[in-house]
Design a protein around this ligand. Structure first.
Ligand code: PHE
Ligand code: ZN
Length: 852
């Protein structure tokens, strides 16, 4: 990496120009695309002389100012800019340039996914399409004409409303789109292809009829119905909960197979990774259906939180992402089980964000600097960002929060704003001072809270001490300000007090009077603050039985299990009380999808976070041991639960059947620990009789790890059935790459040569290489083979798609927590990668931080 330039928030300057309108014409050809870009520009700062536009690898054909072609002496082309020298106060610039979408493997800007032309411009892709002031605080009205071969590309789409069709005599045609809402360039989109589609309509609360279309590869139309249902539910929900209505005549969604992320909220033309659109019972799991519902809603919600009110600069990313994730989480909670949703969200936060927040790449939800903005679409900006909004919601309560968000929309509609602007609206509308709360935006690391209890003479005292991590550069950080929900239970498990404490000081004590016996504490209910509770506690089994808050009941189970595993690691001794309490859970009469979560034992990632120095062998051994004890002790009960919920098999997506599949498959995964023929046969039968992908995939996974012969037959069957369905093949690759069988690496290497695999398709890379990188057992192999494999892959993929490569670098984040042996092996490989000629700034930034 030659010149890694760091950008800083403190260097932000208001734009010196405004672009009022943009007129774009795209002439799409097989070998090249000609872009004509005509902009009406005004100077905002009259001291400015030159106009410096963002432009990467520009192949300029022509540039004119106010209709006059410019001589070469009037402009300068550099690696990342086109500068027009000496421009007037108000003028029109017209630029014609050439690009090559069919060679674009980075999947940023205009590129081809299979036979479909599509775009991805967030955060800075637009500059590789045409020269522009490519920053989110430049908002402009776009009119776009797309011209292409009529037969190959019958569907031509862009943002806004369709205003004109151009027919011509040869084989080409064109369509013009106009988007009346001023928007930043990152929300620009274009699609051209021979696409199938389904259509529907939605009538908004003020009676506007909106046309809804979902486009996909021909033949996949019948897999779009769940996405369409989800879209309509999301539109209804945003009207009901936030009073926000859709604002164009048409809403288009396009599913493409090659996409770096989940989906993109381009104005009126969302472009989706097909994994978040396409689903039917034969090919998608229940989790896939839920994922689609939430991502469809997420992108729709961006129309107000992101598009109409956007970010002033990319340091403000959490303004739109944290808020929109919070919105989609609440939507999913309303559509499904709220208690399950909350636990799943917290689980995801801990598995990804907590790990990130403890690593050398940790950063505040509002970072101060970056080299590649692409590296900051992180669990911290998104998921921790959502937790921060959730705390604001908790402080304000439903009613004031509604008032405050209304104020936010009224005040900033049509503007590019900052997180401070958002907090201003929250404190004004919510009538609350949030000054002390701002630390959440500027500090990194997961805060801890040490909890100590005492009881004497009827008085219960709760002493809280904040343990605040230093910054990466060892700077001290300030105490946090947050809501801490708690409950106190009496000895019969009755709730005697429920309260939301406000934690604000480094150390404080809360006193509660008039108890006959020492109450039992249930703390951080609903996970009201994204912190780690540190507490020596012996009452987990009590809370497992009696806690009235579903989140802390789950939490007690997890904590007790972790404590038990920790004991198993150091002393080989099993805590009988835990086994007994677990037995109690098996008999609980609660919602079955919630119960499936309660019965899940802590993940490797959860156990690893408790270790000073990570030793995966030790973790796996202890985890296996506990699972085995549970499975042996409760074998009959587990089998009962299995049978009771396995029959009758159903393809229904009703909550009841989703829950039955969840509990049954949880139980099967526990029984797996017995490693018996009986369980193998159960899994084999489940595979063969499965009506749903949910059942099939769990059975396949169990077989792969349990019984070589059965697995071989099932895997072959699966491959033959689904080899033409790339979304299903992702699952196949993921199972094999996550396997515990000894020859995983060998098989992964072989699978790279499978004809279904394609290194240019991010989903496939993530499911094969990415899954292997998360297979701790073999990625961290003592001989270094896992590290070497991944380093080689990063080097190769970096040349194809830097964003995908830097994503894979993340597996090395745990480096400084590994034992010396592994640490040295990791560093050796990382040094090799970072000294590769021409390494992207994306990969450079991540590896540089890990090696520092
Ligand atoms: N803005 C998208 C979202 O969160 C994510 C995204 C970022 C997609 C960058 C592509 C590129 O909905
Ligand atoms: Zn988003």
């Amino acid at each position: 990496m030659s010149k890694a330039q760091t950008k800083y928030l403190k260097d932000y300057k208001k734009p010196a120009y405004a672009i009022k309108t943009v007129d774009l014409t795209f002439e799409l050809f097989e070998e090249e695309t000609i872009v004509t870009n005509s902009m009406q520009i005004t100077k905002a700062d009259t001291n400015e002389k030159d106009l410096k536009l963002d432009a990467v690898s520009l192949e300029l054909l022509e540039v004119s100012l106010n209709g006059l072609k410019l001589q070469e002496s009037r402009y300068i082309i550099e690696e990342e800019n086109l500068t027009i020298i000496n421009v007037p106060t108000e003028f029109e610039i017209k630029i014609k340039n050439k690009i090559y979408p069919q060679n674009n493997t980075e999947l940023e800007g205009l590129y081809k996914s299979g036979d479909i032309f599509c775009t991805q411009n967030e955060p800075e892709g637009f500059r590789s399409i045409t020269p522009y002031l490519d920053r989110p605080d430049i908002m402009s009205v776009f009119t776009t004409t797309v011209v292409a071969d009529k037969k190959k590309y019958p569907i031509l789409l862009s943002n806004g409303n369709k205003i004109k069709c151009h027919e011509s005599f040869d084989e080409r045609h064109g369509v013009t789109w106009h988007d009346p809402h001023p928007k930043p360039s990152y929300l620009f989109a274009l699609v051209a292809g021979d696409l199938g589609s389904i259509s529907d309509e939605f009538v908004t609360m003020s009676g506007n009829k909106i046309v809804l279309n979902i486009y996909c590869d021909l033949g996949n139309e019948n897999k779009c119905h769940h996405a369409m249902r989800s879209l309509k539910e999301a539109m209804k929900w945003d009207e009901k909960k936030y009073g926000r209505e859709y604002d164009l005549e048409i809403y288009n969604i396009v599913a493409v197979d090659s996409f770096n992320m989940g989906a993109m909220e381009n104005k009126g033309l969302n472009i989706f990774n097909s994994a978040y659109v396409l689903a039917d019972m034969d090919t998608a799991t229940d989790a896939n259906f839920m994922g689609i519902e939430s991502v469809i809603a997420h992108e729709y919600f961006h129309n107000w939180t992101g598009n109409r009110i956007t970010c002033r600069d990319w340091f403000q990313l959490t303004l739109k992402e944290g808020l929109t994730v919070f919105r989609d989480q609440c939507f999913s909670a309303d559509m499904n089980s709220a208690e399950v949703q909350r636990i799943e969200d917290v689980k995801a936060l801990r598995e990804r964000q907590f790990v990130e927040d403890a690593s050398p790449t940790r950063h505040p939800i509002q970072p101060e600097s970056y080299i590649s903005m692409n590296n900051f679409y992180t669990a911290t900006v998104y998921e921790k960002g959502a937790e921060v909004i959730r705390m604001v919601h908790t402080f304000l309560g439903e009613k004031k929060y509604a008032k405050a968000t209304d104020l936010y929309f009224e005040t900033f509609d049509g503007q590019a704003v900052t997180t401070d602007d958002f907090l201003w609206a929250m404190s004004k509308g919510g009538d609350i001072n949030l000054e002390a709360f701002k630390t959440w935006y500027h500090q990194s690391g997961t805060p801890r809270l040490k909890v100590e209890e005492s009881f004497a003479n009827g008085t219960y005292k709760l002493s809280l001490t904040q343990i605040i991590p230093d910054t990466l550069e060892d700077r001290k950080q300030k105490p946090y300000y947050y809501p801490l929900k708690m409950g106190l239970l009496d000895e019969e498990g009755k709730e005697v007090l429920v309260k939301t404490l406000i934690v604000s000081k480094e150390h404080e004590t809360f006193v509660f009077e008039n108890f006959e016996t020492k109450p039992v504490l249930s703390i951080n209910r609903d996970f009201s603050a994204p912190i780690i509770i540190e507490q020596k506690k012996s009452e987990y089994d009590f809370l497992m039985q009696y806690d009235t808050n579903s989140f802390t009941q789950y939490e007690a189970t997890q904590n007790f299990a972790l404590q038990t595993i920790n004991k198993l690691i150091s002393s080989d001794e099993i805590d009988k009380a835990f086994v007994q309490a677990y037995g109690y859970l098996l008999d609980l009469d609660v919602d079955l999808s919630y119960k499936a979560l309660l019965l899940e034992l802590p993940s490797v990632s959860a156990i690893m976070q408790l270790q000073e120095k990570i030793d995966f062998d030790v973790i796996y051994t202890a985890q296996d041991k506990l699972l085995k004890i549970i499975a042996q002790k409760f074998k009959n009960k587990l089998l009962d639960i299995y049978k009771k919920n396995h029959f009758p098999a159903s393809m229904s997506l009703d909550a009841e059947y989703i829950a039955k599949r969840a509990i049954k498959n949880r139980v099967l995964k526990i029984l797996f620990a017995l490693k018996s023929d009986e369980v193998a046969q159960l899994a084999q039968k489940q595979y063969e009789e499965s009506l749903t992908m949910t059942d099939r995939i769990v059975a396949l996974d169990v077989l792969e790890n349990l019984h070589v012969n059965y697995a071989e037959v099932a895997l072959q069957d699966f491959y033959n059935k689904y080899k033409d369905e790339t979304l299903v093949m992702n699952k196949y690759f993921a199972i094999l790459a996550s396997s515990s069988r000894y020859d995983v690496l060998e098989r992964v290497e072989k699978l790279q040569r499978d004809k279904v695999y394609d290194e240019k398709v991010p989903n496939l890379v993530r499911s094969l290489v990415g899954s292997f990188a998360r297979n701790h057992k073999y990625f961290h192999a003592k001989d270094g083979s896992g590290y070497k494999f991944l380093a080689d892959k990063i080097i190769a993929i970096d040349k194809i798609n830097p964003q995908m490569a830097s994503g894979l670098c993340g597996a090395f984040k745990v480096c400084n927590k590994m034992n010396n042996h592994n640490q040295n092996l990791m560093k050796k490989e990382l040094s090799r990668v970072i000294s590769t000629q021409g390494l992207s700034k994306n990969s450079f930034e991540i590896i540089d931080k890990i090696l520092k």
